[in-house]
Ligand binder design. Structure first.
Ligand SMILES: [Mg+2]
Length: 131
């Protein structure tokens, strides 16, 4: 358990399912993060370009327009340093490999449990800070 706070961390939530997005926002609101939202891959790229101070991107894999893999690869071209965490419905072995090859730092299997999300965010953020 990491005792540091997520307060003020800027997170882009990329999720096409409205209720899932609402749920993620609710969890993150309690941690006082600054949350931005995108409903498809292209919107995520646009928001990432306009907001170079985003710390973490929480990326759904199954998205309209551009899927999560393609979106992550595109964002990596101009944001080498941003933390990108995949949210996947499967967790299959070949999907894990594809996730890591596409430039993600980490992944979570849906349904997302609030404590798992908070711990994942903290471990990735504070690992990066120590580098
Ligand atoms: Mg989806």
């Amino acid at each position: 358990m990491i005792n540091e706070s997520l307060k003020g961390i800027k997170i882009l939530i990329v999720e096409d399912d409205f209720s899932s997005r609402l749920y993620l926002n609710k969890i993150l609101e309690k941690s006082e993060v600054i949350a931005l939202n995108a409903g498809d891959g292209q919107e995520a790229i646009d928001i990432a370009m306009e907001n170079p101070d985003i710390d973490v991107i929480l990326m759904d894999i199954q998205l309209p327009v551009l899927d999560g893999y393609a979106t992550a690869r595109r964002i990596r071209q101009f944001r080498e340093d941003v933390i990108i965490i995949a949210q996947t419905a499967y967790g299959l072995m070949d999907e894990k490999e594809k996730i890591l090859e596409s430039g993600f730092d980490d992944y979570m299997i849906k349904p997302i449990i609030s404590q798992v999300l908070v711990d994942k965010l903290k471990s990735n953020i504070f690992r990066k800070r120590r580098l």
